[in-house]
Design a protein around this ligand. Structure first.
Ligand SMILES: C[S@@+](CC[C@H](N)C(=O)[O-])C[C@H]1O[C@@H](n2cnc3c(N)ncnc32)[C@H](O)[C@@H]1O
Length: 281
């Protein structure tokens, strides 16, 4: 990431969540009443202006993956809350709106993000008149340069009880060292701690047409100043997760079966590049 600039990819993801609310058939996979207002007058017009482009198959598939990963995290979080987890940590939160829709009365939410992105989000929320809930605490952190443990401690996070972590759309942008340091911190949390993240498979593991889609996306994020750095195959990611148990790692077939069956529109995930993973300490 550019150290002084807010994440452009966070904005693109938020625009796709907003597009889901506006253009996709009901029932929505991610019902998010804050997704549209958070964009405000600065960014919402682009979602309307690009309506035709948003119906192209690659765009529909990417949107499906993005809303499915948030829904997957929130489904697994609900499972953790049912097992008495009271802390939710969003790593690289971007413009995620869960904290403003939190249905769990006892759940504290910690939003961890690059300081420049977090500051920009807070300004957007204020401009859009979206109040900060009392259960939300911000913990500005650069995974490459700051200690997550220290930043969470400053924010009042309690490391003595199990928590739930979501790390959505962040791993491809990290170095392997930053990924391992953060994963190590989560692995050291108490039994009952859960983690959801998504990851991408390396270009070489993809069929030819998916390699072209990969190249197009890689070129766009590079232009946004946030180049892809880190990919895993499923066996490679499993090897990183030996400290966890009950790991679930799902691809498009399982994602579509879980979230996109019997829809009246064509919203579903195509290809094999993106995967969702849940693991428990
Ligand atoms: C593609 S966005 C995803 C945002 C959000 N999780 C979502 O799903 O909408 C990537 C996020 O990772 C964050 N990020 C990337 N590199 C980071 C780093 N080194 N430290 C902290 N956050 C980082 C960005 O600030 C941004 O919020």
């Amino acid at each position: 990431m550019q150290p002084a600039s807010p994440s452009r990819t966070a904005l693109r993801v938020a625009m796709r969540r907003a597009a889901h609310q506006i253009y996709d058939a009901k029932p929505l996979v991610l019902d998010d009443p804050i997704a549209v207002p958070i964009l405000g007058e600065d960014y919402l017009p682009e979602v309307h202006r690009t309506a035709t482009k948003l119906q192209k198959p690659f765009s529909v598939s990417l949107r499906a993956f993005l809303v499915a990963r948030s829904r997957y995290a929130e489904d697994k979080l609900a499972q953790a809350v049912a097992n008495s987890v009271t802390q939710y940590v969003l790593l690289g939160a971007g413009l995620d709106t869960f904290a403003h829709r939190n249905p769990h009365a006892q759940l504290r939410v910690f939003e961890v993000d690059h300081p420049a992105t977090q500051q920009w989000k807070r300004e957007l929320l204020e401009t859009s008149g979206i109040p900060a809930p009392s259960t939300l605490t911000y913990a500005p952190t650069d995974f490459e340069h700051h200690s997550l443990a220290e930043q969470l401690e400053i924010a009042g996070f309690n490391p003595a009880v199990p928590s739930f972590f979501a790390w959505l759309g962040v791993i491809p942008y990290l170095t392997l060292a930053a990924f391992r340091t953060t994963l190590g911190f989560i692995a050291a949390q108490p039994t009952g701690t859960g983690l959801v993240f998504d990851y991408g498979q390396p270009r070489s593991a993809l069929p030819f047409f998916e390699q072209l889609a990969h190249d197009s996306l890689a070129s766009r994020v590079q232009q946004a100043g946030e180049p892809f750095q880190l990919f895993f195959t499923p066996p490679e990611v499993a090897a990183e997760l030996t400290a966890f148990h009950s790991t679930e790692d799902i691809g498009s077939t399982e994602i579509n079966a879980r979230y996109f069956c019997n829809r009246s529109d064509s919203l579903k995930v195509l290809g094999t590049a993106g995967r969702l993973l849940c693991a428990w300490c």
